[in-house]
Design a protein around this ligand. Structure first.
Ligand SMILES: Cc1cc2nc3c(=O)[nH]c(=O)nc-3n(C[C@H](O)[C@H](O)[C@H](O)COP(=O)(O)O)c2cc1C
Length: 414
């Protein structure tokens, strides 16, 4: 009976354990988690979501405070179009986050940055370009472009000296999205090194509509593999979403996936950035506690625990401090929804916004508990404690369980 360790992910002449720990913003996939995946010979992700804030927390910089002070005059203004990101500061924050992570890297694996293109930051092209270029400057091994895939994003870094040597990949949820991307980028003669095919059971934002339940990962992955093989493209196909055990992973590896991307099992690891009490909510969740809803202002459905404090919370938008979801005209669907409610309750008290959430603030404060569909199985991966909670796991334990387990078994912690 085969285990994941019987397979290897090939990038050029180098071999890796075919386990990629997916990016989880905002700083849920911490540097510590990514470093463990790389140390164990696989691939880890940090995320550049809200990187100015992440830098403040990691390095005691004051980027967010400074921005808040600069735009303070606008806090009560419904129009957020004034708010821009200082590109030099964005570059510095990215270089710090990536640089410090890469300096700490040990082992034979790789570390990539998950770059969510839906973070439009009131200037989508310029800010995305700075984020990608600064991560490459700081020595990141690769970039994974996700959520809201911008068909022209490779072109934004085509002049970067590392454009052809860094590993570049994209996340898609259909063969059609991959084909569109390839067509649009044909003139660059630069294929993605890998494509993560993310199915409907993943955590975070979904690349499907609310009819996500009608799709299944294995079918989409098979379509993509068939196409990549027929076209003879040297692109590693990586399956993601709902792969809970080593045996689940082996099934994908045996049918032609080059690796798997996994995340949910690591949300209850010590290295994961969620606060420990939130990890206990993940452990305790049952299937009925998880929903896919449309409260994300990005317009993509998102999976989360129904008990997330963010749901319905009508806090004042914090764009003067954050503003990562402002589109190129300075609009965000939460700002619109909040202003609608404010007009109904002009005293500003007891505002509830049910249809959208202030994603920046809520993710930053770990109040939006996004999770994969299989979260309800996490309790089977650990041991109950006498206080009703569960023992946190080490990332190494979870990684090795994926790597070596057979027969749908899950190793419990010592
Ligand atoms: C808590 C959480 C946060 C996530 N955040 C992101 C993100 O910021 N960007 C992204 O591309 N994918 C995100 N994802 C998706 C994962 O990277 C991964 O592809 C997917 O969840 C894998 O499926 P699994 O969780 O069932 O293993 C997130 C997943 C989880 C569980």
């Amino acid at each position: 009976m085969k285990c994941v360790d019987d397979f290897r992910l090939l990038f050029g002449h180098r071999e890796y354990v075919p386990i990629m720990v997916g990016g989880m913003g905002v700083d849920i996939s911490t540097a510590e988690l990514a470093l463990e995946a790389a140390r164990l010979g696989g691939i880890g992700h940090i995320s550049d979501a809200m990187v100015n804030d992440v830098s403040d927390r990691r390095f005691d910089t004051s980027f967010v405070k400074d921005k808040t002070r600069f735009y303070k005059y606008n806090i009560h203004n419904a129009d957020k179009s004034d708010i821009k990101f200082d590109l030099d500061i964005l570059a510095e924050a990215t270089r710090r986050h990536v640089g410090a992570t890469m300096e700490a890297k040990q082992g034979d694996g790789l570390i990539f940055v998950n770059c969510m293109e839906k973070l439009t930051m009131n200037s989508p092209r310029e800010t995305l370009q700075v984020r990608m270029a600064s991560a490459l400057d700081a020595g990141i091994d690769g970039l994974t472009l996700s959520a809201g895939l911008h068909l022209g994003s490779f072109g934004l870094i085509a002049d970067h000296p590392r454009f052809r040597d860094a590993k570049l990949g994209i996340i898609v949820s259909s063969l059609r999205a991959l084909q569109l991307f390839l067509r649009k980028n044909a003139r660059l003669h630069r294929l993605p090194d890998f494509v993560v095919v993310e199915g409907p059971l993943a955590g975070g934002h979904l690349g499907f509509g609310m009819d996500w339940g009608q799709y299944d990962l294995a079918t989409i992955v098979a379509d993509v593999i068939r196409y990549v093989q027929a076209e003879n493209l040297p692109v590693a196909v990586i399956a993601a979403g709902g792969i809970f055990t080593g045996s689940d992973a082996v099934a994908f590896l045996q049918s032609g996936s080059a690796a798997v991307q996994v995340a949910t099992r690591f949300t209850v690891s010590r290295e994961c950035g969620l606060p420990d009490d939130v990890k206990q909510h993940y452990f305790r969740a049952s299937a009925g506690d998880i929903e896919v809803n449309t409260i994300s202002p990005t317009g993509y459905p998102m999976r989360m625990l129904k008990s997330s404090p963010a749901i319905g919370d009508g806090i004042r938008p914090n764009c003067e401090s954050y503003g990562y979801l402002l589109d190129g005209s300075g609009n965000c669907a939460y700002v619109t929804a909040y202003n609608r409610e404010l007009a109904l309750h002009p005293d500003g008290k007891n505002i509830a916004v049910m249809d959208k959430t202030c994603l920046c603030t809520q993710m930053r404060n770990f109040k939006l508990w996004t999770c994969g569909h299989t979260t309800y199985r996490l309790k089977d991966t650990s041991r109950p404690l006498s206080d009703g909670g569960y023992q946190l796991l080490s990332a190494e334990h979870v990684f090795k369980d994926y790597q070596f387990s057979v027969d749908q078994q899950i190793a419990l912690p010592a």
